[in-house]
Design a protein around this ligand. Structure first.
Ligand SMILES: Cc1ncc(COP(=O)(O)O)c(C=O)c1O
Length: 479
């Protein structure tokens, strides 16, 4: 019997296979040899290349077993993969990696502007704390996180006049796990979360993985990706809406939301009984004289507010995998704690290092932010002078969502990696469409992460300018 959607159909080894591929064969060889022929003859679905272990080909299976002697082809179905997993989107940030790898293997310098991986060194105190800890037994930590780290996080927020105590903080395996836990705690199947679009691409993956629906509310480059109006948000609210999620300062747009707009949003979620999830992982990354306002600093609507945070960017410690969720809604935190208990504990080493970096003095942040501001300026200067490029105001995080004079930014990004070389270098960008759920939007935009030093950024921008000039699908300037 053919499995649903003809997915996962494979052919059991038989005489034809043995004469074709010989015996013994590796499962991968047989699979890739056979599947395309089979799929082509039975379905119109193009085979997706992947490898897996096929029990029937396990070398421990005696070759004399009846299945192998059967002269007729036989088919087995692989265990079904869920529609939920199959439907998840690809990461726009990583999907061009194979082309970048091929370029690098050919000796080309590839500037990675696609991913928010800071190049600044992780503070030494992170490693010193781990070295000094008694790690003779690497045990689980409490599921909610090491209490002293939870207190350090609370103290950090109190410095910004947010009334956070240890019990309001749960440590997670990165902000990613925090988002996942929160969505699982607040969304039932088919329930909705409203998010300004473009958004951090993984919000969609996490919403879908939790059977929720991401409802976009558009923001536009013409308007510097300003927070949509309250009327825009209201128009998207249905009986199924459970939350509004914002990222401030925003990935991918680099916009910082003003205090008044946040206050209005708090009024809205109170009035409509919704959660407001504020992803503040970039809260320190604000430039010029701007000030970041945490939703917690308003000291109201505590039942509605959930803050997501992380040490990944703030302390250049993406690999530590330490984040947290903060809420004064006790009931919600209890639900999240059940999930945290099921996954046992966040990483112990990461927490030890995190506790140390949270104690860094204010100068650490100042130096770091001054460096990012220089980088922001380099990128802005270049983008503003390249003909046809539209770059909005960017005053936070370390990203810019930029419009390019190209027919299709997916094609352009791929072309840059596969075809274009400038002084034996090229750049890797994140195509804009992956940051939108609305079909067609973002197809002339790219996200640029300015996480390289100024010299490399200058070389990368020069490469972008040369690439745009040479790209066959260049469109008229949009200035
Ligand atoms: C807006 C935003 N939220 C969350 C995350 C995930 O952070 P973490 O590394 O802590 O899982 C990222 C990572 O890039 C991000 O940009």
């Amino acid at each position: 019997m053919l499995p649903k959607n003809n997915r996962g159909l494979i052919r059991i080894c038989n005489q034809e296979t043995r004469s074709h591929a010989g015996w013994p064969v590796s499962p991968k060889v047989v699979f890739t040899d056979f599947l395309p022929t089979f799929v082509a003859s039975k379905t119109s679905v193009a085979p997706k290349p992947f490898s897996c272990r096929i029990p029937a080909f396990d070398s421990r299976t005696p070759p004399g077993c009846p299945e192998y002697l059967s002269p007729r082809p036989r088919y087995i179905s692989m265990p079904e993969i869920s529609d939920r997993a199959t439907g998840l989107p690809e990461s726009p940030i990583r999907k061009l990696a194979p082309f970048a790898n091929a370029a690098k293997e050919a000796g080309v310098k590839v500037y990675p502007l696609n991913i928010g991986q800071p190049d600044i060194k992780t503070p030494q105190v992170f490693f010193d704390a781990i070295a000094a800890a008694d790690t003779s037994l690497l045990s689980y930590s409490p599921s909610a996180g090491i209490p002293t780290l939870r207190e350090e996080v609370a103290k950090y927020y109190r410095r910004y006049d947010c009334d956070v105590v240890t019990d309001d903080v749960l440590i997670t395996t990165g902000a990613s796990e925090a988002i996942n836990f929160v969505l699982r705690a607040i969304l039932d199947a088919g329930e909705e979360m409203i998010v300004p679009e473009p958004y951090y691409a993984n919000y969609l993956s996490f919403t879908m993985a939790n059977d929720g629906v991401l409802v976009p509310v558009p923001s536009s480059i013409e308007n510097d990706f300003a927070l949509p109006t309250i009327a825009d948000f209201e128009a998207k609210i249905t009986p199924n809406t459970r939350a509004i999620m914002i990222c401030n300062p925003a990935n991918p747009t680099g916009i910082l939301y003003p205090k008044a707009a946040l206050a209005e949003l708090l009024d809205l979620v109170k009035r409509r009984d919704l959660f407001l999830i504020a992803d503040e992982v970039y809260r320190e990354f604000v430039y010029d004289d701007h000030i970041h306002h945490s939703v917690l600093s308003f000291k109201r609507e505590y039942e509605n507010i959930i803050v997501i945070d992380s040490i990944s960017k703030r302390f250049s410690a993406c690999g530590a995998r330490i984040g947290n969720v903060i809420s004064k809604n006790e009931k919600l935190l209890q639900m999240i704690l059940k999930m945290a208990q099921a996954r046992l504990s966040p990483p112990t080493f990461g927490q030890i290092g995190a506790e140390a970096v949270y104690q860094l003095p204010a100068e650490y942040y100042q130096t770091n932010i001054a460096e990012y501001q220089k980088r922001r300026d380099v990128v802005l200067d270049w983008l503003q002078k390249i003909p046809g490029v539209v770059c909005p105001v960017i005053n936070g995080a370390f990203y810019a969502m930029v419009r390019l004079p190209v027919d299709d930014s997916d094609r352009f990004c791929e072309w840059m990696l596969k075809e274009f070389r400038h002084k034996n270098s090229t750049i890797m960008l994140a195509p804009g469409s992956g940051f939108y759920v609305t079909s067609g939007l973002g197809s002339d935009e790219v996200r640029i992460a300015y996480v390289l030093n100024c010299e490399d950024l200058t070389a990368a921008m020069e490469c972008l300018e040369a690439g745009l000039a040479a790209y066959p699908g260049r469109t008229g300037t949009t200035e």
